[in-house]
Design a protein around this ligand. Sequence first.
Ligand code: AMP
Ligand code: MG
Length: 507
Amino acid sequence: MNTPPPRPFIPFDHSYARELPGFYADCQPATVPAPVLVFFNRGLAEELGLGLDGLDAQALAQMFSGNRLPEGARPIAQAYAGHQFGQFNPQLGDGRALLIGEVIDRHGRRRDIALKGSGRTPFSRRGDGKAALGPMLREVLIGEAMHALSIPTTRALAVVATGEPVYRERTLPGAVLTRVAASHLRVGTFQYFWAHGTPEQVRRLADYAIARHYPELLEAEDRYLGFLDAVAERQARLVAQWMHAGFIHGVMNTDNMGIPGETIDYGPCAFMEAFDPRAVFSSIDEMGRYAYEEQPRIARWNLARLAETLLPLISDDEGHAIALATGVIDGFVERYRQHWLAGLRAKLGLAGQVERLGQSADGADTALGEAWLDLLAAQRVDYTLAWRHLADAAEGKEAPLRALFPGQPGLERWLERWRARCAAEDAGPDAAAARAARMRRVNPWLIPRNHRVEEAIAAATDQGDLTPFEQLLQALQRPCDEEAALARYAEPAPIEFMAAFRTFCGT
Ligand code: AMP
Ligand code: MG
């Protein structure tokens, strides 16, 4: 007789389910007809210590489709609320995702493992609970590119094609993505507890979040204010990194802002190519609420929504609580600016001796950076190439940079300012080469170019050909190393392509 082999065991923990009863629903994944493993992140599996080495692709496909969850899994759909495009929805939750458990990785960090596209849950509302292959491959490509750029992000562990059609504007192949996150706690999680729970339950959530993500605050007397402050700090840092990479999240609803400070929820996101502060690609963001330049402001707005849920914990005196929380929210502007300025200096090659120049350099360096971005915006210059060629210019190779700014006299004047600023901290004969090398480490040569991403997805979806996806993913692993063989991935998308380019939420 054919007895199936025993299910593999993963030593999952379930701290969220254990500590926050009432804020999730136990729920099993749907069974899928013909699971095929299309992506498996071996490096990440190793980092997580999952011990899956002995499993073949078929067994992994069964596991990560949800057909045969490992022993130790306890799938739950988490509850959350959220402001979507400014409108409060008290009832969102995992409508097509299931947290199957938490593991402690090889670095001792607790990580969530969740399926996305695994079928209906009590939070599905009118949705089918499913995901299409294309958007899941997009999440892999963009998320892994972010990771390679050292930007905090959730990561994709696996993608399994389900062999089942999903119905969107057209019929598409279905898929389940396995997502790894520091946690899936969101601003929207706090909003749900606040809207549906007691203040005591909000406190339990905050204590849970503090213990998990900000343990240094555990003993602090004003730990809830400290928590708000710490989340603000991580968001300031994260959004500054997005801005410097030219990343547009696309749907910064409060349910898509993670408490741990990771980039989460890759839907209509994209990397900007031609520089335009108003850039927005999402088909549903008609007002440009989540345009590139709006991101810091939106982060602050979202943090104010988090603050509202914490007020009763911050102080019994509501007026006092509001004053304290407002201090943190208002402080976000300066906090973001500091992160942005530090990143700017690194990109400009000015990382050297900022201390010696003192505070007075802040205004001048900010103005220098803004003038550069104005030049880019004026001619819609490719954001990534401009920075990369500025690194070349740091060691005297200026022609590639000039070619990006045809007939622009302002470039010459700006370069003079920049060279003078560099000279103020230069020392030694190798300064120029060292600066160029430093700049190349923070100004990537490769980003996931939109036409390449779409081409890879189209090949996978329409022809079942995964080769372009795999090659692109491979290319994005070392984004700062220039390699002649990968030159096609560094080229900007054709203008006609970008003119028509729209992204979708992938629901
Ligand atoms: P998102 O736009 O991905 O952040 O999702 C917003 C909300 O819609 C979340 O509650 C999701 O779980 C839910 N959702 C998105 N797509 C689906 C779907 N196909 N079926 C059920 N719920 C969905
Ligand atoms: Mg979401």
